[in-house]
Design a protein around this ligand. Sequence first.
Ligand SMILES: Nc1ncnc2c1ncn2[C@@H]1O[C@H](COP(=O)(O)OP(=O)(O)OP(=O)(O)O)[C@@H](O)[C@H]1O
Ligand SMILES: [Mg+2]
Length: 336
Amino acid sequence: MRSGTGLFSGRPSELIGRQVAGYRIESEIGRGGMAVVYRAHDLRLGRTVALKLLAPELARNDTFRRRFIHESQVAASLDHPHIVPVFEAGETDGVLYIAMRYVSGSDLRHLLDVRGPLPPSDAVRIAAQVASALDAAHEHGLVHRDVKPGNILVAEGTDSDHPEYVYLTDFGLTKKSLSLTGFTSVGQFVGTLDYVSPEQISGRPVDGRCDVYGLSCVVYETLTGRPPFQRDDDMALLWAHQYDEPPPPSEARPGLAPAVDPVFATALAKSPDARHDTCLAFVAALRAALTAAPAPPRTDPEPDAPTPARPAPPRPPDWAAPAFGPDRDRSGPDRP
Ligand SMILES: Nc1ncnc2c1ncn2[C@@H]1O[C@H](COP(=O)(O)OP(=O)(O)OP(=O)(O)O)[C@@H](O)[C@H]1O
Ligand SMILES: [Mg+2]
């Protein structure tokens, strides 16, 4: 056990302007269940990075530490255009950190909160980029386990044919998977359970098809404005993932072609064997369903003119900017 008097006590503002390893912390970008992400300046290379600092209580857990270090090494070894590159991972003053490419833009969680469901063509474009990243990871034997809108970073694209450029982040660094596999003592779930697969919940072995499930939950929400299962409490939600049938997305979002329903029925199957083998196979099936079948006459909101599904939560100032166009930082690193 380490003392709590180190560099980082968990209050993020105390670190602004300070140096952690070779990085000067500039501002907080966001925080999740286990870490705080800062924009920071790499003093050695003179570039902007995203610096993720793990919560001190997790850094004190030896099992977690070993796993974190292992996972950051695996994540750093992944070289894919749609996976956020990890520059360095290490420890300083008892704080575990990861330095990675700073992605200037937004994340899909924020986009969905602000815009509501996206037009199907946008949803498929985003899904295809995430799917290619996931399938590449699976080929290296790595399962993400926490595919969710907050881990999908959306930057401005290159042209009108590629309006956005998508990065997947946080491979294996999930408190949820740690909880679900007994790594934390109390078994509490931190974060969302909206995208967790049945086999993760029941503690069965997971492979890439758990990410097919997670991705299809994310795409379901991207198209309909809500995840496949919504329940009043965590236990009911876990039960639903394991035993309930999701509402067909064409019912959840009038105007969506019913041809997409069997695609989601497959991707969200309780048994991994019944799902698509790969994430790209799921996206290909979805694309085919959307292009082959015309949508029925619309009765209610026009899918290409989404309405916000829920009020946008407050964000740090540099996240308040629109996802694309002039945004929080034009001086960030270039995309590949
Ligand atoms: N490389 C990056 N560049 C820019 N912003 C990032 C980067 N990585 C993460 N972020 C932002 O920081 C926020 C916090 O990330 P973090 O991974 O800690 O939380 P989360 O994904 O919301 O939840 P969880 O703890 O379950 O992963 C994210 O919502 C994301 O928008
Ligand atoms: Mg994350």
